[in-house]
Write a protein of this length. Sequence first.
Length: 344
Amino acid sequence: MREGPGQAGRAYARGDVTMKAEILKMLREADGYISGQQICEKLGVSRTAVWKVMRQLREEGYQVEAVRNRGYHIAGTPDILTKEELESVMTTRWAGRNVVYYDETDSTNLRVKQIGDAGAPEGTLAVADMQTAGRGRRGRAWESPPASSIYMSILLRPDIAPEKAPMLTLVMACSVAEGIMDCEDVAVQIKWPNDIIIKGKKLVGILTEMSSQVDYINHVTVGVGINVNMTGFPEEIKETATSLRIETGHMVRRSSLIAAIMKRLEGNYEIFLGTGDLSGMMEKYGRMLVNLNREVLILGEGEPYRALALGITKTGELIVRREDGSEEEIFAGEVSVRGVYGYV
Ligand code: BTN
């Protein structure tokens, strides 16, 4: 079984990724050109095998140049999403190390739930280029067109009480926000508890689902949808949604972004398991919280009411001050929060 966060560190073994992923990694890491001979020796494969992989890579859209007496060089990598591409960019120990990739699937959350039930290791990541039944929070659908977005779900097996599982959504929100800012020069914020926004518009949605007994978690699926290279949105959401391409003005490589998020998640999740709460992340979460010191509208079962958002607790509730001066902690599952004048 693959190393999980709770187990002592086993080094990442080469056998975990395919030869194509290894070659891609070597091409990217090469300072200039890398000779066919070097690749053959390192991987213990024939020249013909290497040549065949280079041909496949070109067919997939990679710009692989071959120069006599120098070797191979990768000139540019377009936005390609395959299992091998993802394996070649991943730098984690366990998060996203086992990748299951789909050109098309119903919902990556459903796929992860199924492979989780079948015993897949913690950190298994399902990624799809498109979803036919993408699911959002509160029973809504999540628009999932092809070739433009990230749809991914990770399998976690935390040894915590089931009532602590909602905190994992905030751990993921923090990791996605940090991962995006590691890759792109944009300022993203978190709308409590887990929407990620840029300039007041939604960029990312997170859906956490759990399979558990009364006092024991079988597994948790944390699904993330990121609007990456879309240039427009359906009428119903076009006022409140945005994409990284719209905000940065350029195409973003989805594989690199996924790898950056997995790297952040691995660190944040281990901190979370260490403390059993969000105390190790509260400060940075608070810095990214768009609601901080703003008036919000609390929409629960009763009458909606206005309050001032003061921050989060170490278990992830939003602390608000009502107009009468009383303070309370809002649980994410029970209410939704809007800005007084709109989405934020
Ligand atoms: C939201 O409503 O804000 C949450 C949206 C979550 C969408 C992602 S896309 C990948 C994963 N698979 C799904 O079906 N949903 C989540």
